[in-house]
Every structure is written in C-alpha cells, then in structure tokens.
Design a protein around this ligand. Structure first.
Ligand code: XMP
Length: 513
C-alpha cells in the first residue's frame, strides 16, 4: 500500500486542491467524507490527517463534525481554516464569529520560526484567507506560532501531539509559499518519503491490472481524448493483445483525428485496434435535424448502438475499461452553501446501458487530470494526445450549427485545421483551454477576385478556463486573427466571412450548441 495522507472533506471548494498539492509533494493522498469513522481511517494506516476547510460554523447545530476518535489515532493532524476551528472545538478551545470577516490577501507573521511547518520559510508570508469565524481561545497544549493582522492565532501548534492549525489556506495559488508549508507537514512532520511518482504508479498499476484480468479479455472505447488514450496505453502495457480498443469514427471528428489515433495506437503502440467507420450511419440519422438537443440525443443513441455491435464483433470479453478519473469517484459532501457540490457536468450522462454485462477496469480512478497527463508522457504518448484540448462527444455536430451535412463538415474541418495550425505556430494553442472554429448557417455577400460570392460565415472561439464550468474569451492578438482570417477566406472554398466570438461563459456556453 502507498504511504498516504488522508484528507477529511468538510465541504471546502478547495479540498481537491489540497489533495493535488500533497501529491505534487510526491505523497499519495485520499479524500474521505468528514463523517468517516476513525477505525476506517486507521485501517488505511495514513501517515497524517488533514482537516479541510468548509462553509460551515462549528457552533451551528447542523455543522459537519468528524468522529471525535480521530484525535486519538496518534497521527499528525493539520487543520485548515474550518479544520483549525474543529481543533479548537474538540480540544477545549473557543471559536467565535470574527468581528471582521477576513477574505483575500493577508500577511502572516511567523512568531516561532522553530515551528516545523515554517522551516526554511521567511517570517513574513503572503497568505490567502477566507473565513468569518476564528479561534478566540487556544485549545489545551497549543501555542500560537504565527499571527495575521486580524487573527492572533493564524497558525497554532501542539508540538508533542504533532497537531497544527492554519487559519489561512496554504493550498491555493494566492498563498505563494503554501506548498512548502504543506511539504513541511507531509515530509518533516509526517515523515513521508517521495514515492508517489508516475513511474512508480505505472509499475503498480500494471501489476494490479494483470492480477485482476488474468487471462481474460478487455474492451476499451478509445475516443482519442486524453483519458481513454492513457487508459489504453497503460492497459496495453499490462496485458498486450488481451486488450481490444474500439475506435468509432462518427464522421464528426476534426481533421486528421482518425489518422492520428490509428497511427499512434495501431502502428506505434501495436494495440489491437478495431476501427469502426460509422460516418454514413451518423450522417444519415442527422439528416434534416436542426435542433441542438435532438442532434445530441441522436448522436448519443447511435454511438451506443454502434459500440455495442462492435463489442460483439470484438469477441468474448469479460472486462470493459473506462478512463474514469478521481474527481468522478470522490464521494461528495452535500453541505449547504458548498458551491463545489453544484459543479457537476451536465454532459457526463448515462454511460453504457446496463444490458452490456461487463466488469469494469478503471486504472485511472485514483488520478487527477494533471496526473493522467504525466502518466501519458511516462507511457510515451505524443503531446498531441497528452495535451489535447477537450472535445465534445457530439464532435463537430455542435459546431456546425443547424443541419449537419457532409459538405458543411468538410468546410468546417478545413477551417478548424487552419485555426489550430496557426494557434500552434504562435505557441498559443496549448495555452488556451479550447480554440476552435464554428460554422454558422448564415450566408452573406462577399467579393473574391472580381466575383460576387454568397457564402457561409465562420466564427472563431478561443476560451480560457479551469474546468469548463466558467470561461473567459481570450484576447487573441490582432495579427494572428488577421492571418487566420486571410488564410481561411483564401484557402477554404465556401467561406467568405470570419468573425470572432467575444462571449464569456456565463452568459454564453463554450460550445455554440
Ligand atoms: P459548454 O458548451 O456547456 O461546454 O460550455 C463545457 C465543456 O464541456 C465540453 N462539452 C462536452 N464534453 N460531451 C463531452 O464530453 C459533450 O456532449 C459535451 N458538450 C460540451 C465543451 O467542449 C467544454 O469543454
């Protein structure tokens, strides 16, 4: 079992960020709900425990409280924000509403530089606060080790028990040296090594997959996206030809996508690749359909139908592999006022029907997205796949407004390829969350050469985002926009006008349909 830090989640929007920071220190971390029994935590033999922040007040009747026995597990504990108030509440201190709420940037003054948490750090630190309540009386055996303008107990310690509390958030980027504080906790206080690396993970996962699968066969739906690609490469490393990857070309992919997948997985990795070209079927089902939701439903249903038939042709397999990630499996804590609870993608609907009786293999279940990319690199996947931008399941159909036809798709694909090419050429492509072209069902008059034209309009969309839930449009340089526009109107027949989308999300969505 990996050495690990357990994080109890009290509903903070930053709980996952804490887990990622700990893993960046090369220590494995697990998030558990706040009410997890102490015995269950003990069974995992963690090296330390972190109590997350949260939107509640410890003195409210409905406040989420941990099993009090966690304080007797004899392991180091770090309470962050609400977590420090829990230390106060359970160990004999006092928590009260602050006179002044403390939000945003603050300055921390370390008054005891001997405190291990602040080892090798300056005595003045920029920190980020987000709390109303604060400790007004220290719990028994604790001492203040740092103060802020508004909190005399901004950091506290019980040296003998190795319990620490931080009123500010060390996990967020606005606390620039926060990662070093967390590193001091996990390495210096908890004594963890630095074993959580993707190289180590590959060995471990390969062994686990082999043990689980034995001599059976595994089927995987390969979309060409980061998650399914990394899962395919990893499982292939473990079981070779016992894996069949099914790649469905729905005719709604971008330029060269099917070729890249076949090149990378078929020719380079020698994965047994079952290529299903269902272009005609998808396009015939979409004929005459204009309404966005209808388009999405047809594509979703057709995909299942095609995939199911393909699995039958693939032969007998006991397992189905999926690229499920850690954020999908963390048991979320339904606490009132927790915005993280509301952030759920409306896109990840359904999955495959229950009648498809497979056992699941999910080798990325404990990884965050950035770790999946590292793993992809470790496995030798090209940047084109590892750093691929998100691409919607219904593909170009939601970027080809109105009715989808083969002719319009051809125009869109060529224009989109120019956008991507120019963005890559100036080094901006991988710096944006998504940059793509949208074909509008609008014809306008133009003049090309001496000829009057009456052609389609193309919109360019470039957005910056952390998670796709909100997004800002990117202010692309004018000379780049000019180059893209010129190339498109010169090189793509059927387009005579290019516009730039200046809408953020909200009020817009990232995709146009
Ligand atoms: P919207 O358009 O809702 O998109 O702002 C947010 C993010 O989700 C992607 N997206 C999808 N992803 N299946 C997916 O896997 C879908 O049906 C789908 N629709 C939108 C979109 O590209 C953006 O990153």
């Amino acid at each position: 079992m990996n050495e690990q830090i357990v994080i109890l989640d009290f509903g903070s929007q930053y709980t996952q960020v804490i887990a990622r920071r700990v893993r960046e220190c090369r220590v494995y971390s697990t998030i558990l709900p706040f009410h997890t029994p102490a015995a269950k935590i003990d069974a995992l033999a963690p090296s330390g425990l972190i109590l997350s922040g949260g939107p509640s007040s410890v003195y409210e009747p409905e406040a989420p409280l941990p099993d009090p026995a966690i304080f007797n597990l004899d392991i180091p504990i770090l309470g962050i924000c609400y977590g420090v108030q829990l230390l106060g509440h359970f160990l004999g201190g006092k928590v009260e509403p602050g006179q002044k709420r403390e939000y945003g940037k603050g300055t921390l003054t370390v008054c005891d530089p001997a405190c291990v948490l602040f080892r090798k750090l300056p005595t003045q630190l920029q920190v980020w606060n987000s709390h109303g309540d604060k400790l007004t009386r220290l719990p028994k055996g604790f001492r203040p080790v740092a103060t802020s303008d508004n909190a005399p107990f901004a950091a506290i310690e019980h040296r003998a028990r190795k319990f620490f509390g931080l009123q500010f958030h060390p996990e967020v980027a606005h606390t620039p040296r926060g990662k070093e504080i967390l590193s001091n906790f996990v390495h210096e206080v908890c004594g963890c090594g630095r074993d959580w690396t993707m190289r180590h993970y590959v060995d471990q996962a390969v062994e686990e997959i082999r043990a689980r699968v034995g001599k059976e066969h595994v089927i995987l739906g390969l979309s060409g996206g980061v998650d399914s690609s990394v899962a395919a490469a990893l499982i292939h490393k473990a079981i070779g030809s016992q894996l069949t990857a099914i790649f469905v070309n729905n005719g709604l992919l971008r330029a060269r996508e099917p070729e890249v997948v076949r090149e990378v997985f078929g020719r380079n990795f020698h994965v047994k690749l079952q290529y299903e070209d269902a272009t005609r079927l998808f396009l015939s089902r979409l004929k005459g359909v204009v309404e966005p939701e209808k388009k999405r439903k047809i594509i979703g249903r057709t995909f299942i139908e095609v995939f199911e038939a393909a699995t039958k042709r693939a032969g007998k397999a006991r397992f189905l592999a999926q690229g499920t990630l850690y954020p999908d499996v963390i048991e979320s804590v339904p606490i009132a006022g927790n915005p993280a609870a509301l952030i759920k993608s409306h896109h990840n609907v359904g999955g495959l029907p229950k009648r498809m009786k497979f056992e699941l293999v999910e080798p990325l279940r404990c990884l965050f997205k950035d770790e999946v990319r590292q793993l992809g690199k470790e496995l030798g996947l090209p940047d084109e796949i590892v750093w691929r931008q998100p691409f919607p399941g219904p593909g170009l159909a939601v970027r080809c407004l109105g009715e989808v036809t083969a002719e319009k798709l051809k125009v869109l694909r060529r224009a989109d390829a120019i956008v991507v090419e120019e963005m890559k050429a100036c080094g901006l492509y991988y710096k944006t969350w998504q940059t793509f072209a949208v074909l509008l069902p609008v014809r306008s008059v133009g003049v090309q050469g001496d000829e009057r034209t009456y052609d389609w309009t193309l919109a360019i969309r470039a957005v910056e985002s952390q998670d796709g839930m909100t997004a800002d449009w990117v202010k692309l340089p004018y000379d780049l926009l000019e180059k893209i526009s010129l190339r498109i109107t010169n090189e793509v027949k059927g387009l005579n006008r290019v516009v730039f989308d200046l809408t953020s999300k909200p009020p817009g969505t990232i995709e146009w349909e």
